[in-house]
Ligand binder design. Structure first.
Ligand code: ADP
Ligand code: MG
Length: 334
């Protein structure tokens, strides 16, 4: 049986529908990430599950219990939401122990548990500090410890790393994953950042304008996006047109062959094509080149902007030409 079962949930703000019959399941010990662009309904979904937003339709069942009419603080949830900032007048330890106090745990057990959780998030010994002296990353760790302390049945995180810089985010994502796996946490994690979702989640649910458009394990969603929207949102670059369809050409299906001097026409059906380099980015030791094809139509395939990754020793030049090979049995028609 699923730990969390969201069934046909709709949420309306006045006449505007924010969620339209959304269904999803989270098994015990599973981390599910909900991703989608800003405004697609991610926060509304978490707020509806938390009982902070009324449902227009559908049901939320947690641990076999229908949550209709159950107030937020009795739902057995750990919440890490942006608007649930740390309590400024409490120490770090008291912030972490807050949910335990609500559970009426005795004081000694409260501090022991708070210390355990602070150790877990790498802030052992921070208990007596004030929260205003914490860095952004430390504050997020305290918020995580606070959400986890009462051992909630479900942890829900709403863009928990949104305000942090990239390097710190990457580090905290790795730490979150370690904590989730170590504790066997069941979590629903919301983010607009697909890289964060892919690094953290066992399963990903893609939302678009209040509707679930695809769900599955990260690798599967990456390999087989069901629509142009999903492919674009995940950051697949090479989406071209074939007749009235959109074709996804995965980066590994495009091989840079060599830098050339002159136009060389496409040879055979979609095999080789010469392109002009328009942009070069250096990422993690490789050149990621965006180029434009000089032969605009190859057997009814409109080769749009091409993104190719170069491992070759020589750096491609802006405005230079490159011959690429397209491995056509790897094209995915969306
Ligand atoms: P996300 O978290 O994915 O950015 P939200 O759930 O916050 O999306 O918002 C979904 C839609 O509902 C958006 O169109 C947003 O403008 C609208 N919305 C969110 N909260 C409210 C509210 N309290 N009142 C009216 N409209 C809202
Ligand atoms: Mg949001």
């Amino acid at each position: 049986m699923s730990n969390l079962s969201v069934k046909d949930v709709s949420v309306d703000y006045g006449s505007a529908r924010a969620l339209d019959r959304v269904s999803l399941e989270v098994e015990s010990g599973e981390v599910v990430a909900v991703i989608g662009p800003s405004g697609c309904g991610k926060s509304s979904l978490l707020r509806a599950i938390a009982g902070l937003e009324p449902l227009s339709a559908g049901s939320v069942v947690l641990g076999g219990k229908d949550l209709a009419g159950v107030p937020t603080h009795e739902r057995d949830l750990g919440l890490m939401f942006q608007e649930h900032a740390l309590f400024p007048h409490l120490s770090v330890g008291a912030n972490v122990a807050f949910g335990l106090r609500m559970q009426r745990l005795d004081r000694a057990s409260q501090s022991k548990r708070a210390e355990e959780l602070l150790d877990l998030v790498g802030l052992g010994g921070f208990g007596d500090r004030g929260v205003d002296a914490l860095s952004g990353g430390e504050a997020q760790r305290v918020a995580l410890a606070r959400a986890l302390a009462p051992s909630p049945r479900l942890l829900m995180l709403d863009e928990p790393l949104g305000s942090l810089d990239r390097l710190l985010r990457q580090q905290l994502v790795a730490e979150l994953r370690t904590v989730f796996v170590g504790l066997g946490v069941t979590a629903l994690h919301v983010t607009h950042d697909q890289a964060e979702a892919f690094a953290l989640a066992d399963r990903v649910v893609v939302l678009r304008e209040g509707e679930v458009v695809q769900s599955g394990p990260p690798a599967e969603i990456w390999r087989e996006p069901k629509s142009e929207f999903v492919a674009r949102f995940l950051g697949h670059p090479n989406l071209w047109n074939l007749d009235d369809k959109v074709v996804l050409v995965p980066i590994p299906a495009i091989r840079p062959l060599r830098i050339v001097e002159d136009v060389e026409e496409g040879i055979g059906w979609l095999r080789e094509c010469s392109v002009i380099v328009e942009r070069i980015e250096f990422r993690e030791g490789r050149f990621r080149v965006t180029a434009r094809s000089t032969t605009s139509v190859l057997c009814s395939l409109e080769v749009g902007p091409v993104t190719v990754v170069f491992d070759m020793g020589s750096q491609p030049q802006l405005g230079g030409r490159v011959l690429i090979e397209i491995v056509h049995d790897r094209l995915i028609v969306l």
